[in-house]
Write a protein that binds this ligand. Structure first.
Ligand SMILES: [Zn+2]
Length: 101
């Protein structure tokens, strides 16, 4: 996996770490949430909490799929499609969080 730099902490995003992409670029899951928590109004804090639980489990799912190895040829394509699905879900949840204000 290519190396990315998190735009919040300026640290590298390593393989196996939870991260996502916003309009600003790659960002660690934890950095994304803690910066968002400081930005948003108190009324949105509960929404952030719920969405961050969703994003957390979607990212777990994504990392689990990535860790599947030695896949038979017949499953490879299925797993790739699963990965795409979850990646899309991660993108959507990230956008919902990004747009909280
Ligand atoms: Zn970071």
């Amino acid at each position: 996996m290519a190396e990315f730099k998190c735009y919040e902490c300026d640290g590298n995003v390593r393989t196996g770490e939870k991260f996502t992409f916003t309009k600003k670029g790659p960002v660690h899951f934890d950095c994304f949430l803690s910066s968002k928590r400081k930005e948003i109004s108190d009324e949105q804090k509960e929404n952030l909490r719920v969405l961050s639980l969703l994003l957390d489990s979607e990212l777990d799912h994504l990392l689990n799929i990535l860790s599947i190895q030695n896949t038979s040829e017949e499953l490879k394509e299925q797993i790739r499609l699963k990965y795409k699905d979850i990646e899309k879900a991660v993108g959507e949840t990230t956008r919902l969080i990004y747009e909280l204000s």
